[in-house]
Write a protein that binds this ligand. Sequence first.
Ligand code: CP
Ligand code: NVA
Length: 305
Amino acid sequence: MKRHILKVRDLSKDEIVYLIQRGLEIKGHEGHSGFPLKGKTLGLIFDKPSTRTRVSFETAMFRLGGSTTYLGRADTQMSRNEPICDTARVLSRYLDALAIRTYGQDTVEEMAKWSDIPVINALTDMYHPCQILSDLMTVQEKKGRIVGLKVAWVGDGNNVANSWIDAAAVLGFDLTLACPRGFHPSQEVLGLAGDNVTVVEDPVEAVSGADVVNTDVWASMGQEEEHEARVKAFQGYQVNTELLAHCKPDVIVMHCLPAHRGEEITEEVLEGPKSVVFDQSENKMHMHQALLEWLLKEEVRSQET
Ligand code: CP
Ligand code: NVA
């Protein structure tokens, strides 16, 4: 059965656990026999820039024996108002899966509604599910577990934060987010989470005793004009050495990147021994292999979950 990954909650706990384990296996070269996706093509419709997500999806597909086609913002007839319902049905005849990075979550939902192939959300204003799948893999890799840990988020209640909330809701780990008033995560997303997810306004409260500290930029893609106002609003929400003193001594610091050094995180922390950001980036490629293999190889999905 065709599956779409538009948000973390589209996956069950068992499916997420399987994907994390498979991502780690692939990273450890307990990988594929042959090229399981030979002859298959992933489309990448990207309305926003990307370094990691684009390249890691492309490399993942090549490593699985498949190919990709990249369609930037101006490249398709959607830029001349061809409707999503037509685009989705046409692309479904050529491609085997489609990853989309765009603004509105409704765009990926509309694409999924009309597609006969799996649609993957590669970031919207609302969610970044693939990022959180590989971030969970990184936590498992570094800490040996996820459930039972105290995870903190410091900064904007944005798309990445919303997907962390979804992950906490599905897996059941303890997540505390510190966000300034006016920049809290989606109420809709929070409403679907249990009491293991808490939003506070004091960063020290959020990170006290934390095993994992996460942050992200203060102005996301599409919010460039708000940057100056946001820098003012987020003063006090920087992940720095003083804040980390309140965490467990073996805390790991995560950032999906790109980072703005001196804003949401200091150079010292980003480049310091607690930072796992480059392993985190690498893991996107391994997780995307696990995800594509699982979505496109029916036999993998029916055997493993
Ligand atoms: N983390 C992430 O999604 O990075 P890119 O914007 O470079 O894809
Ligand atoms: N919140 C950031 C994430 C970038 C990967 C953005 O949407 O720009």
